[in-house]
Design a protein around this ligand. Structure first.
Ligand SMILES: [Zn+2]
Length: 651
């Protein structure tokens, strides 16, 4: 069956359906996610998504045999577990936010193949992938996430009956084949799809299936209430509930379950989860360490890329469910730092583990809990190929989550970045574009376009770091409505909007110092984290630097060519330099923002275990001369120091 994919603006506009609110007895959503395709990137964010499509994502099926035509999800004989579904879960949103014909056709081929792979009993896909147990529910949970997005963007009528039959299968079989290992720790991902389906069909037995999954699934609420993993995991203590990706996915679990349980304790548990991860394993970029199990607060421990994109996805869901602006702040902090920071600027190569203090990226033993020697090089599949399959969801789902619908018929700018949103408000098509260099610049300029005047609230967020944030309604019809102070986390501007109306939002971005592990300092400005700019020498250790189609993509080691062992001298202040984001927004050679600061070398701070040694306890005495240093966005820096010891200041 051929499913038509809309290409022109008017076709897409016609297809954009109303967001679907939660159906009783599910708790109402704070914000209702917009269907995939409603939000599209502009400006530097469009370039970034294009870089992803032109980099490894757009070449993965030829560059990586795992996702080639012999994949079991395409009817072949290899892989057949999570890699195909992971890739599809990122390919579908990337294809639709870019409206890229090649990627749309590619996603369609996977979807069409999967939609033919349903057994009479409802089971989806291979019964047993090589090296895996039979009837493993986990990869199917990812397939369902990809299909819900595909349905939102295309209206494909096959999806709802297909999903219904699979959940019918689970309903029948969960007692005899209960959740196991990965699926047991990631059960909330299946509940997301169950609730999505319930909201559309109203089949109450779907909630019974969700209830069964919650009973069989790992109890993350109890895990964090009685949190015992307060340091680095010993090698013999690595189990599924200390696993970094399971934890990043679990950030959303209690919130997702709260929708059905209505138990305020589940809501509270979301805050407890984030608090425990921050307190014992947190990093300056808002992520936590896991290489690949809980690894403590030291900034040379690693965080797996899968955990970065899954933490983002957890936050995107939580923003809709609970509407806390702090989740939006953290989403931006991870998306604008930890995500780009673990790729080369051209997105042809990624790391498995990133470090906040990353002085050297080589194949060498490091003090990971259990990862391999190649985990921090930039390449095709360092350490293990899960991230190679799973990272594709990062940017496009972030784009899709920049706007959400409000329950009272308005639109909320749930995260800031250059984009446009298309929605129907009271039957009227409305487009709002956000013209901005954010997060590199503090001003976001919104322009409304609508065929006829439309009355609705435009809801603006005040990030917690933005003191004196203000919105100026440039097209105000009276002086009173011109200036809107953003004092609360969310401020609605209620008026009748007309085509050409403009609102400029200014979010003052002072440089902020944050005290961290061993009394070190990390510098923030707006949602950006800053890192020492270190000269780098790349060494190609596999593949081609600029691969032609079907050639092996590059693996890079990166060595420092300039000193990195600096203690920051904050009393000398900071000077800022800004320029528009370049063709590659996260290129270390042309960062959009530079902070100039003063620092002194700390000669005794050297490499230990092929990483920067333990951060010297601050303040640090140093006789070294006062040097000028440059700090650049974390996301631009392949090598970096992010947590700095500080100089002892003269009394
Ligand atoms: Zn991974």
């Amino acid at each position: 069956m051929y499913v038509r994919v809309p290409i022109t603006d008017s076709e897409r506009q016609a297809l954009i359906t109303a967001p679907v609110p939660n159906r009783s007895p599910l708790q109402p959503a704070a914000f209702v996610p917009l269907p995939l395709g409603s939000v599209r990137p502009l400006g530097w964010l469009l370039r970034q998504c294009r870089i992803q499509a032109d980099g490894l994502t757009g070449h993965l099926e030829t560059a990586w045999p795992d996702l080639g035509p012999d994949n079991m999800w395409l009817g072949g004989k290899t892989e057949g577990w999570e890699r195909g579904p992971y890739y599809l879960d990122g390919l579908v949103p990337l294809a639709h936010v870019l409206v890229d014909r090649v990627l749309l056709a590619r996603a369609q081929r996977w979807v069409d193949s999967i939609l033919t792979m349903q057994d009479a009993d409802g089971w989806i896909g291979p019964i047993q992938a090589p090296g895996r147990a039979p009837y493993d529910q986990w990869p199917v949970f990812i397939v369902l996430k990809a299909l819900t997005q595909h349905h939102e963007a295309t209206g494909d009528e096959r999806v709802i009956p297909f999903m219904t039959r699979f959940f019918g299968y689970l309903h029948q079989t969960l007692d005899e084949r209960p959740l196991r290992d990965w699926g047991q720790h990631r059960w909330a991902d299946a509940v997301l799809s169950l609730h999505w389906l319930y909201n559309r069909t109203g089949d109450e037995w779907l909630l019974d299936v969700a209830g069964k999954l919650a009973l069989q699934g790992y109890d993350w609420r109890m895990h964090f209430e009685d949190f015992r993993h307060t340091g680095k995991t010993p090698r013999d203590g690595c189990v599924l509930h200390t696993h970094v990706v399971n934890n990043a996915m679990a950030v959303k679990t209690c919130g997702v379950w709260w929708r059905q349980s209505g138990d305020t304790g589940d809501r509270q548990a979301v805050y407890r989860t984030i608090e425990m991860l921050d307190r014992y394993h947190g990093q300056a970029t808002g992520i936590f360490t896991g290489d690949e199990h809980y690894a403590g607060l030291d900034p040379t421990q690693g965080t797996e890329l899968c955990a970065v994109v899954e933490y983002m996805f957890s936050l995107e869901e939580l923003i809709g469910i609970m509407g806390d602006a702090a989740f939006s702040d953290r989403l931006e902090r991870i998306a604008y730092n930890a995500l780009p920071g673990t790729f080369t600027a051209d997105m042809w190569a990624h790391q498995y583990d990133q470090q906040a203090n990353q002085a050297l990226c080589t194949v060498a033993p490091r003090h990971w809990t259990n990862n391999n020697d190649d985990s921090n090089i930039f390449g095709l599949e360092p350490n293990f190929g899960c991230c190679t399959a799973n990272y594709h969801q990062g940017w496009p789902k972030f784009v899709s989550s920049l706007w959400m619908a409000t329950p009272d018929g308005g639109l909320a700018a749930t995260a800031y970045g250059p984009c446009e949103v298309n929605a129907r408000i009271g039957g009227v098509p409305v487009k709002i574009s956000a013209d901005t260099q954010y997060p590199f610049d503090p001003v976001v300029r919104f322009t409304v376009d609508c065929a006829e005047p439309a009355e609705f609230p435009l809801v603006l967020r005040k990030p917690a770091w933005a003191d004196e944030a203000v919105a100026v309604v440039l097209s105000a019809r009276s002086p009173e409505e011109r200036i809107v102070r953003l004092d609360a986390p969310w401020t609605p501007i209620r008026r009748t909007w007309e085509a050409g109306d403009e609102v400029a939002v200014a979010l003052p971005m002072a440089v902020r110092e944050e005290r961290r592990y061993r009394n070190a300092i990390a510098l923030h400005r707006g949602p950006l984290v800053f890192s020492l700019r270190i000269g780098e020498e790349r060494r190609l250790i596999a593949g081609e630097a600029k691969p032609a189609p079907a050639e092996r993509s590059p693996d890079w080691e990166i060595m420092p060519t300039t000193p990195w062992n600096y203690a920051l001298c904050p009393s000398h202040g900071y000077r800022l330099q800004q320029r528009p984001a370049g063709d590659q927004p996260f290129d270390p050679s042309e960062p959009p923002v530079i902070i100039r600061a003063k620092a002194r070398r700390v000669p005794e701070w050297g490499l230990v275990d092929n990483s920067a040694g333990p951060t010297p306890e601050s303040p640090v005495a140093s006789d070294a001369p006062l040097d000028d240093i440059e700090l650049i966005p974390y996301g631009c820096a392949n090598l970096r120091i992010t947590e700095f010891p500080t100089c002892e200041e003269p009394s």
